[in-house]
Design a protein around this ligand. Structure first.
Ligand code: ATP
Ligand code: MG
Length: 367
Protein backbone atom coordinates (compact mmCIF):
# COMPACT_ATOMS: atom_id res chain seq x y z
CA UNK A 1 0.00 0.00 0.00
CA UNK A 2 1.13 3.53 -0.59
CA UNK A 3 0.06 7.12 -0.82
CA UNK A 4 0.22 8.34 -4.41
CA UNK A 5 -0.99 11.89 -4.12
CA UNK A 6 -2.02 14.15 -1.26
CA UNK A 7 -3.83 17.45 -1.34
CA UNK A 8 -4.02 19.72 1.69
CA UNK A 9 -6.28 22.74 1.96
CA UNK A 10 -6.48 24.87 5.08
CA UNK A 11 -4.59 22.22 7.02
CA UNK A 12 -2.22 23.61 9.72
CA UNK A 13 0.14 26.04 7.94
CA UNK A 14 -0.80 24.75 4.46
CA UNK A 15 -3.16 26.96 2.45
CA UNK A 16 -3.29 24.73 -0.62
CA UNK A 17 -0.69 22.23 -1.75
CA UNK A 18 -0.51 19.03 -3.76
CA UNK A 19 2.18 16.38 -3.23
CA UNK A 20 3.05 13.40 -5.39
CA UNK A 21 5.02 10.77 -3.55
CA UNK A 22 7.43 7.99 -4.35
CA UNK A 23 6.42 4.41 -3.50
CA UNK A 24 9.65 4.05 -1.53
CA UNK A 25 11.47 6.65 0.51
CA UNK A 26 10.29 10.29 0.57
CA UNK A 27 12.66 12.71 2.22
CA UNK A 28 11.00 15.88 3.47
CA UNK A 29 13.48 18.61 4.24
CA UNK A 30 13.16 22.18 5.46
CA UNK A 31 14.07 24.53 8.27
CA UNK A 32 12.24 24.54 11.60
CA UNK A 33 8.53 25.39 11.70
CA UNK A 34 7.99 25.11 7.93
CA UNK A 35 5.41 22.30 7.98
CA UNK A 36 7.33 19.00 7.89
CA UNK A 37 5.68 17.45 10.93
CA UNK A 38 2.34 18.92 9.83
CA UNK A 39 2.68 16.97 6.58
CA UNK A 40 3.36 13.70 8.44
CA UNK A 41 0.42 14.44 10.74
CA UNK A 42 -1.89 14.79 7.73
CA UNK A 43 -0.69 11.47 6.29
CA UNK A 44 -1.24 9.70 9.62
CA UNK A 45 -4.67 11.29 9.95
CA UNK A 46 -5.68 10.40 6.39
CA UNK A 47 -5.56 6.67 7.12
CA UNK A 48 -6.76 6.64 10.72
CA UNK A 49 -8.82 9.73 11.53
CA UNK A 50 -6.41 10.32 14.39
CA UNK A 51 -3.71 12.90 14.89
CA UNK A 52 -0.55 12.03 16.79
CA UNK A 53 -0.53 15.61 18.08
CA UNK A 54 -4.03 16.54 19.12
CA UNK A 55 -7.43 15.13 20.02
CA UNK A 56 -9.13 18.29 18.79
CA UNK A 57 -9.74 18.14 15.06
CA UNK A 58 -10.37 21.88 14.95
CA UNK A 59 -6.76 22.58 15.92
CA UNK A 60 -5.62 21.25 12.56
CA UNK A 61 -7.68 23.77 10.62
CA UNK A 62 -5.55 26.66 9.44
CA UNK A 63 -6.00 29.65 11.74
CA UNK A 64 -7.54 31.90 9.08
CA UNK A 65 -9.79 29.27 7.44
CA UNK A 66 -13.28 27.94 8.27
CA UNK A 67 -12.44 24.36 7.42
CA UNK A 68 -9.55 22.11 6.50
CA UNK A 69 -9.38 19.37 3.88
CA UNK A 70 -7.14 16.33 3.43
CA UNK A 71 -7.54 14.32 0.25
CA UNK A 72 -5.42 11.32 -0.61
CA UNK A 73 -5.21 9.12 -3.66
CA UNK A 74 -3.86 5.81 -2.42
CA UNK A 75 -3.05 2.35 -3.72
CA UNK A 76 -4.33 -0.30 -1.34
CA UNK A 77 -6.00 -3.71 -1.42
CA UNK A 78 -5.05 -4.09 -5.07
CA UNK A 79 -6.54 -0.87 -6.44
CA UNK A 80 -6.48 2.91 -6.38
CA UNK A 81 -8.74 4.45 -3.80
CA UNK A 82 -9.59 7.89 -2.57
CA UNK A 83 -9.97 9.15 1.00
CA UNK A 84 -11.22 12.62 1.79
CA UNK A 85 -11.57 14.35 5.16
CA UNK A 86 -13.16 17.68 5.98
CA UNK A 87 -12.29 19.19 9.37
CA UNK A 88 -14.10 21.99 11.15
CA UNK A 89 -13.43 23.89 14.36
CA UNK A 90 -16.22 22.97 16.78
CA UNK A 91 -18.14 20.75 14.38
CA UNK A 92 -17.95 17.01 13.59
CA UNK A 93 -15.54 16.05 10.83
CA UNK A 94 -16.67 14.39 7.61
CA UNK A 95 -15.21 11.44 5.73
CA UNK A 96 -15.58 10.09 2.20
CA UNK A 97 -14.15 6.91 0.80
CA UNK A 98 -14.20 6.64 -2.98
CA UNK A 99 -16.82 9.38 -3.08
CA UNK A 100 -19.15 7.63 -0.62
CA UNK A 101 -19.78 9.37 2.68
CA UNK A 102 -18.75 7.31 5.72
CA UNK A 103 -19.83 7.59 9.32
CA UNK A 104 -16.69 6.47 11.09
CA UNK A 105 -12.96 6.04 10.69
CA UNK A 106 -13.41 2.33 11.44
CA UNK A 107 -14.30 2.10 7.76
CA UNK A 108 -10.66 2.79 6.93
CA UNK A 109 -9.17 -0.05 8.98
CA UNK A 110 -6.25 -1.57 7.08
CA UNK A 111 -6.55 0.84 4.15
CA UNK A 112 -3.58 3.08 4.91
CA UNK A 113 -2.22 2.21 8.35
CA UNK A 114 0.87 4.08 9.45
CA UNK A 115 3.52 3.84 12.12
CA UNK A 116 4.98 7.03 13.52
CA UNK A 117 8.47 7.13 14.93
CA UNK A 118 9.61 10.35 16.61
CA UNK A 119 12.41 11.31 19.02
CA UNK A 120 10.15 11.05 22.10
CA UNK A 121 9.64 7.37 21.26
CA UNK A 122 13.34 6.78 21.83
CA UNK A 123 12.80 7.60 25.50
CA UNK A 124 9.61 5.60 25.87
CA UNK A 125 11.24 2.87 27.94
CA UNK A 126 12.54 5.37 30.48
CA UNK A 127 9.42 7.52 30.71
CA UNK A 128 6.18 7.04 32.65
CA UNK A 129 3.76 4.16 32.16
CA UNK A 130 1.20 6.33 30.36
CA UNK A 131 3.48 6.82 27.33
CA UNK A 132 3.94 3.05 27.03
CA UNK A 133 0.21 2.43 27.39
CA UNK A 134 -0.43 4.97 24.66
CA UNK A 135 2.01 3.21 22.35
CA UNK A 136 0.33 -0.16 22.93
CA UNK A 137 -3.16 1.27 22.61
CA UNK A 138 -2.37 3.11 19.39
CA UNK A 139 -1.19 -0.07 17.68
CA UNK A 140 -3.94 -2.27 19.10
CA UNK A 141 -6.61 0.23 18.03
CA UNK A 142 -5.21 0.26 14.49
CA UNK A 143 -5.20 -3.55 14.44
CA UNK A 144 -8.50 -4.26 16.20
CA UNK A 145 -11.53 -1.94 15.84
CA UNK A 146 -13.30 -4.00 18.54
CA UNK A 147 -10.50 -3.24 20.96
CA UNK A 148 -10.86 0.44 20.22
CA UNK A 149 -14.60 0.27 20.91
CA UNK A 150 -13.94 -1.50 24.23
CA UNK A 151 -11.25 1.01 25.20
CA UNK A 152 -13.53 3.96 24.47
CA UNK A 153 -16.26 2.34 26.54
CA UNK A 154 -13.87 1.61 29.41
CA UNK A 155 -12.60 5.19 29.49
CA UNK A 156 -16.14 6.51 29.44
CA UNK A 157 -17.19 4.41 32.44
CA UNK A 158 -13.96 5.25 34.22
CA UNK A 159 -14.59 8.96 33.82
CA UNK A 160 -18.11 8.61 35.19
CA UNK A 161 -16.86 6.57 38.12
CA UNK A 162 -14.20 9.19 38.88
CA UNK A 163 -16.88 11.85 38.97
CA UNK A 164 -19.02 9.76 41.32
CA UNK A 165 -16.07 9.17 43.66
CA UNK A 166 -15.29 12.88 43.79
CA UNK A 167 -18.87 14.08 44.13
CA UNK A 168 -19.70 11.48 46.76
CA UNK A 169 -17.83 13.60 49.31
CA UNK A 170 -20.69 16.10 48.93
CA UNK A 171 -23.53 13.71 48.27
CA UNK A 172 -23.20 10.29 49.90
CA UNK A 173 -26.27 8.92 48.06
CA UNK A 174 -24.25 8.74 44.85
CA UNK A 175 -22.40 5.73 46.24
CA UNK A 176 -25.44 3.54 45.71
CA UNK A 177 -24.81 3.51 41.92
CA UNK A 178 -21.10 2.73 42.28
CA UNK A 179 -21.46 -1.09 42.18
CA UNK A 180 -23.01 -0.91 38.72
CA UNK A 181 -20.08 1.07 37.41
CA UNK A 182 -17.59 -1.29 39.03
CA UNK A 183 -19.28 -4.26 37.44
CA UNK A 184 -19.14 -2.70 33.97
CA UNK A 185 -15.49 -1.76 34.52
CA UNK A 186 -14.60 -5.35 35.40
CA UNK A 187 -16.47 -6.65 32.39
CA UNK A 188 -14.90 -4.32 29.82
CA UNK A 189 -11.56 -4.31 31.66
CA UNK A 190 -11.32 -8.09 31.34
CA UNK A 191 -11.74 -7.72 27.60
CA UNK A 192 -8.94 -5.15 27.42
CA UNK A 193 -6.57 -7.40 29.36
CA UNK A 194 -7.38 -10.31 27.11
CA UNK A 195 -6.55 -8.32 23.96
CA UNK A 196 -3.43 -6.82 25.51
CA UNK A 197 -2.01 -10.14 26.72
CA UNK A 198 -2.04 -11.51 23.17
CA UNK A 199 -0.86 -8.31 21.60
CA UNK A 200 2.12 -7.83 23.95
CA UNK A 201 3.12 -11.43 23.46
CA UNK A 202 3.40 -10.94 19.68
CA UNK A 203 4.96 -7.51 19.99
CA UNK A 204 7.58 -8.84 22.42
CA UNK A 205 8.45 -11.77 20.19
CA UNK A 206 8.95 -9.54 17.12
CA UNK A 207 10.89 -6.90 19.04
CA UNK A 208 13.16 -9.60 20.49
CA UNK A 209 13.97 -10.70 16.96
CA UNK A 210 14.97 -7.17 15.90
CA UNK A 211 16.92 -6.53 19.08
CA UNK A 212 18.74 -9.82 18.60
CA UNK A 213 19.74 -8.81 15.07
CA UNK A 214 21.09 -5.50 16.24
CA UNK A 215 22.96 -6.74 19.29
CA UNK A 216 24.30 -9.75 17.40
CA UNK A 217 22.49 -12.02 19.80
CA UNK A 218 24.50 -10.89 22.83
CA UNK A 219 21.47 -9.60 24.72
CA UNK A 220 18.29 -11.50 25.37
CA UNK A 221 15.32 -9.18 24.99
CA UNK A 222 12.19 -9.97 26.95
CA UNK A 223 8.96 -7.98 27.14
CA UNK A 224 6.46 -8.58 29.91
CA UNK A 225 2.94 -7.26 30.11
CA UNK A 226 2.03 -5.95 33.58
CA UNK A 227 -1.57 -5.66 34.65
CA UNK A 228 -3.63 -5.68 37.85
CA UNK A 229 -1.77 -7.69 40.49
CA UNK A 230 -4.60 -10.15 41.22
CA UNK A 231 -4.54 -11.30 37.57
CA UNK A 232 -2.15 -14.23 37.67
CA UNK A 233 -2.69 -15.23 34.06
CA UNK A 234 -3.76 -12.52 31.60
CA UNK A 235 -4.48 -15.27 29.03
CA UNK A 236 -7.19 -16.75 31.27
CA UNK A 237 -10.81 -16.72 30.00
CA UNK A 238 -12.50 -13.32 30.38
CA UNK A 239 -14.86 -14.65 33.09
CA UNK A 240 -11.82 -15.49 35.20
CA UNK A 241 -10.23 -12.12 34.48
CA UNK A 242 -13.44 -10.39 35.49
CA UNK A 243 -13.43 -12.27 38.77
CA UNK A 244 -9.81 -11.32 39.47
CA UNK A 245 -10.49 -7.65 38.68
CA UNK A 246 -13.47 -7.71 41.04
CA UNK A 247 -11.27 -9.10 43.81
CA UNK A 248 -8.75 -6.30 43.35
CA UNK A 249 -11.48 -3.66 43.28
CA UNK A 250 -13.00 -4.97 46.48
CA UNK A 251 -9.71 -4.86 48.32
CA UNK A 252 -9.20 -1.25 47.23
CA UNK A 253 -12.78 -0.02 47.65
CA UNK A 254 -12.06 1.86 50.86
CA UNK A 255 -8.91 3.48 49.49
CA UNK A 256 -10.81 4.61 46.39
CA UNK A 257 -13.49 6.25 48.51
CA UNK A 258 -10.91 7.97 50.68
CA UNK A 259 -8.78 9.24 47.82
CA UNK A 260 -11.69 9.95 45.48
CA UNK A 261 -9.73 8.28 42.66
CA UNK A 262 -10.02 5.13 40.55
CA UNK A 263 -7.05 3.19 41.86
CA UNK A 264 -7.51 -0.21 40.31
CA UNK A 265 -8.00 -1.52 36.81
CA UNK A 266 -6.20 -1.93 33.48
CA UNK A 267 -5.98 1.86 33.02
CA UNK A 268 -2.81 1.44 35.10
CA UNK A 269 -1.28 -1.27 32.88
CA UNK A 270 2.32 -1.14 31.75
CA UNK A 271 4.98 -3.36 30.24
CA UNK A 272 8.60 -3.91 31.20
CA UNK A 273 11.61 -4.94 29.17
CA UNK A 274 14.57 -6.86 30.44
CA UNK A 275 17.84 -7.43 28.59
CA UNK A 276 19.38 -10.73 29.65
CA UNK A 277 17.33 -10.49 32.82
CA UNK A 278 18.27 -6.90 33.73
CA UNK A 279 15.47 -4.35 33.93
CA UNK A 280 15.95 -1.77 31.19
CA UNK A 281 14.03 1.05 32.83
CA UNK A 282 16.18 0.99 35.95
CA UNK A 283 19.54 -0.10 34.56
CA UNK A 284 19.60 0.28 30.78
CA UNK A 285 22.22 2.50 29.14
CA UNK A 286 21.13 5.18 26.69
CA UNK A 287 22.23 3.06 23.73
CA UNK A 288 20.41 -0.05 24.98
CA UNK A 289 17.27 1.98 25.62
CA UNK A 290 17.33 3.44 22.12
CA UNK A 291 17.97 0.12 20.43
CA UNK A 292 15.11 -1.47 22.37
CA UNK A 293 12.81 1.41 21.41
CA UNK A 294 13.74 1.02 17.73
CA UNK A 295 13.10 -2.72 17.99
CA UNK A 296 9.65 -2.03 19.44
CA UNK A 297 8.80 0.34 16.61
CA UNK A 298 9.97 -2.10 13.94
CA UNK A 299 7.97 -4.82 15.70
CA UNK A 300 4.91 -2.62 15.59
CA UNK A 301 5.31 -2.24 11.84
CA UNK A 302 5.82 -5.98 11.44
CA UNK A 303 2.60 -6.84 13.30
CA UNK A 304 0.63 -4.46 11.13
CA UNK A 305 2.20 -5.90 8.02
CA UNK A 306 1.23 -9.39 9.14
CA UNK A 307 -2.33 -8.34 9.90
CA UNK A 308 -3.04 -6.35 6.75
CA UNK A 309 -0.83 -8.27 4.34
CA UNK A 310 0.92 -5.06 3.27
CA UNK A 311 3.63 -2.88 4.71
CA UNK A 312 2.16 0.06 6.65
CA UNK A 313 3.43 3.52 5.83
CA UNK A 314 6.32 4.55 8.07
CA UNK A 315 6.56 8.13 9.31
CA UNK A 316 10.00 8.99 10.67
CA UNK A 317 9.78 12.45 12.19
CA UNK A 318 13.23 13.84 12.87
CA UNK A 319 14.28 10.57 14.41
CA UNK A 320 17.20 9.54 12.18
CA UNK A 321 19.22 12.64 13.00
CA UNK A 322 18.89 11.69 16.68
CA UNK A 323 20.67 8.36 16.13
CA UNK A 324 24.32 7.45 15.71
CA UNK A 325 25.35 6.00 12.35
CA UNK A 326 25.20 2.40 13.52
CA UNK A 327 21.58 2.76 14.62
CA UNK A 328 20.68 4.83 11.56
CA UNK A 329 21.94 1.99 9.37
CA UNK A 330 20.02 -0.54 11.42
CA UNK A 331 16.79 1.39 10.79
CA UNK A 332 17.58 2.13 7.13
CA UNK A 333 18.31 -1.55 6.47
CA UNK A 334 14.90 -2.50 7.79
CA UNK A 335 12.96 0.01 5.70
CA UNK A 336 14.03 -1.08 2.25
CA UNK A 337 10.48 -2.16 1.47
CA UNK A 338 7.29 -0.20 1.89
CA UNK A 339 6.65 3.52 1.73
CA UNK A 340 8.58 5.72 4.13
CA UNK A 341 8.40 9.43 4.92
CA UNK A 342 11.47 10.91 6.59
CA UNK A 343 11.62 14.48 7.82
CA UNK A 344 14.83 16.26 8.68
CA UNK A 345 16.38 19.71 8.67
CA UNK A 346 19.73 18.64 7.25
CA UNK A 347 19.41 15.78 4.74
CA UNK A 348 23.17 15.06 4.81
CA UNK A 349 23.81 11.38 4.09
CA UNK A 350 20.11 10.62 3.55
CA UNK A 351 19.68 12.46 0.23
CA UNK A 352 20.44 9.40 -1.86
CA UNK A 353 17.68 7.36 -0.23
CA UNK A 354 14.80 8.45 -2.45
CA UNK A 355 12.71 11.39 -3.57
CA UNK A 356 13.57 14.65 -1.81
CA UNK A 357 11.01 17.40 -1.26
CA UNK A 358 11.66 20.75 0.32
CA UNK A 359 9.02 22.54 2.37
CA UNK A 360 9.08 26.23 3.12
CA UNK A 361 6.32 28.09 4.95
CA UNK A 362 3.64 25.53 4.13
CA UNK A 363 4.61 25.24 0.48
CA UNK A 364 6.55 22.85 -1.69
CA UNK A 365 9.67 24.47 -3.05
CA UNK A 366 9.76 23.65 -6.75
CA UNK A 367 13.05 22.62 -8.17
P1 ATP B 1 10.66 21.42 13.12
O1 ATP B 1 11.83 21.18 12.22
O2 ATP B 1 10.94 22.48 14.13
O3 ATP B 1 10.08 20.20 13.71
P2 ATP B 1 8.43 21.48 11.25
O4 ATP B 1 8.76 21.82 9.84
O5 ATP B 1 8.19 20.06 11.58
O6 ATP B 1 9.54 22.12 12.19
P3 ATP B 1 5.68 21.90 11.86
O7 ATP B 1 5.50 21.44 13.23
O8 ATP B 1 5.23 21.04 10.76
O9 ATP B 1 7.19 22.37 11.67
O10 ATP B 1 4.95 23.29 11.62
C1 ATP B 1 4.90 24.20 12.63
C2 ATP B 1 4.25 25.46 12.15
O11 ATP B 1 2.89 25.26 11.80
C3 ATP B 1 4.31 26.44 13.31
O12 ATP B 1 4.85 27.65 12.85
C4 ATP B 1 2.86 26.57 13.72
O13 ATP B 1 2.55 27.86 14.18
C5 ATP B 1 2.12 26.29 12.42
N1 ATP B 1 0.77 25.79 12.69
C6 ATP B 1 0.38 24.78 13.49
N2 ATP B 1 -0.95 24.64 13.52
C7 ATP B 1 -1.44 25.62 12.70
C8 ATP B 1 -2.74 26.01 12.32
N3 ATP B 1 -3.82 25.37 12.76
N4 ATP B 1 -2.87 27.04 11.45
C9 ATP B 1 -1.77 27.69 10.99
N5 ATP B 1 -0.53 27.37 11.32
C10 ATP B 1 -0.35 26.36 12.17
MG1 MG C 1 8.81 18.85 13.13
Amino acid sequence: MHLIELELRGFRNYRQEVFRFDQGVNLIVGSNAQGKTNLLESIGFLGSGKSFRTQKNGEMVRFDEDFGEITGQIYSQGREQNIRWLLFPGRPRQLWRNGVKKKSAADLTGLLPSVLFCPEDLMILKSGASARRRLGDTVLCALRPNYEAALTEYNRILEQKSRILKDSHEDIRLLSILPDYNERLCQVGALLISYRARFYQSLGAEAARFHGQFSGGTEEFHLEYKTVSTVEDPFAPTEVLRERLRAHLESHARAELQSGQCLTGPHKDDFTITLSGVDLKAFGSQGQTRTAAISLKLAQRELMKREFGEEPVLLLDDVLSELDEKRQDFVLNQIKSGQVFITCCEPGRFTKLGKTMEISNGQLVEG
